[in-house]
Design a binder for this molecule. Structure first.
Ligand SMILES: NC(=O)c1ccc[n+]([C@@H]2O[C@H](COP(=O)([O-])OP(=O)(O)OC[C@H]3O[C@@H](n4cnc5c(N)ncnc54)[C@H](OP(=O)(O)O)[C@@H]3O)[C@@H](O)[C@H]2O)c1
Length: 280
């Protein structure tokens, strides 16, 4: 996506927290032509600040109030557990019309507005770890009062590190967390299980590791590059009565799809519980 007029390239942009996710987003923006000079970062760690300045030419400071001064878009990229004190301290320094974009897992737009000021426009984002390598999948929710430009700017930010999907009902952000937020771990578990299965069939460990990993990477590349449903790609590699069909039947008999549905549901339930615990 190219920078749009009135988009992030024209905005003064500030990050609170300069850790992994902020670095990924800043790197993505810089690659898309957003100048480092329009980005300010508030981050307490000396080394992280120095690395951000060196790698991206941004302005980095330990003073969050300095970081947000005159910022039109403020990206909240601190850990969820410190969001409340960080926002409470930041609130008096935020510009009246600043858009807040929170990437903190599980923190609701209502919580951000409680802590930063009830009139604040907030976009809540749930990115995932592959954003760190530019292949993220993010769910976005626009809180009350957000404008089309707010949505466009938030989307431009997240599109710099992957694909975006807008969610209309904030309660569904727990489902996003359960599917794409936690999802990379399901794939890593699949990689482990496939490697172990290959070893159990007698393949040397390194051979099983290489073949399992690259089967996942290759299959993911086909999903990415071929404009076909997963079901169609699966059908094409499943000859009737063949080896793949035998494997898929064993997976189905063992309840593979139902088990995955249960796993995603359990993750969603846990997200709901954690949000309630944070309220209490
Ligand atoms: N990484 C992911 O894949 C991922 C995926 C989805 C969502 N997220 C969300 O993204 C957010 C950031 O995650 P992360 O992985 O980037 O964590 P991280 O690497 O720990 O980055 C957070 C940074 O914020 C800094 N910080 C702490 N207190 C601060 C303060 N008062 N003011 C400014 N900065 C402060 C931390 O410094 P210290 O280390 O010195 O405390 C740290 O450098 C989290 O809310 C997380 O839920 C991350």
């Amino acid at each position: 996506m190219q920078p749009t007029p009135n988009g992030l390239a024209d905005a003064t942009l500030s990050f609170i927290g300069g850790g992994n996710m902020a670095r990924a987003l800043i790197g993505g923006l810089r690659r898309r032509g957003v100048p480092g000079t329009s980005i300010r970062v508030g981050e307490p760690g000396d080394e992280l600040r120095a690395a951000l300045v060196r790698d991206f030419g941004v302005h980095a400071t330990a003073d969050n109030l300095e970081a947000v001064r005159e910022a039109e878009v403020v990206v909240l990229a601190v850990k969820p557990q410190v969001m409340r004190p960080v926002l409470t301290a930041l609130a008096p320094g935020l510009g009246e019309h600043s858009l807040l974009v929170s990437v903190a897992a599980g923190i609701t737009t209502a919580q951000v507005r409680n802590w930063a000021g009830s009139g604040r426009r907030v976009v809540r984002v749930m990115p995932n770890t592959p954003a760190l390598v530019g292949r993220g999948a993010s769910g976005l929710f626009a809180g009350p009062g957000c404008t089309e430009r707010d949505r466009a700017r938030a989307e431009e930010l997240l599109a710099a590190v992957g694909v975006c999907a807008w969610i209309d009902d904030e309660a569904l952000m727990d489902a996003v967390t359960a599917l794409s937020g936690s999802g990379p771990a399901y794939v890593f578990l699949l990689a482990e299980a496939m490697q172990a299965a290959g070893e159990a069939e007698g393949l040397p460990r390194e051979v099983a590791r290489l073949l399992a990993r690259h089967t996942l990477i290759g299959a993911a590349a086909m999903l990415d590059q071929q404009d076909e449903e997963a079901a169609e790609l699966r059908r094409r590699v499943t000859s009737p009565g063949g080896t793949t069909q035998a494997a898929l039947e064993a997976l189905r008999e063992g309840g593979f799809e139902a088990l995955l549905a249960r796993a995603v549901h359990a993750a969603r339930q846990r997200g709901v519980e954690l949000a309630h615990a944070a309220e209490g």
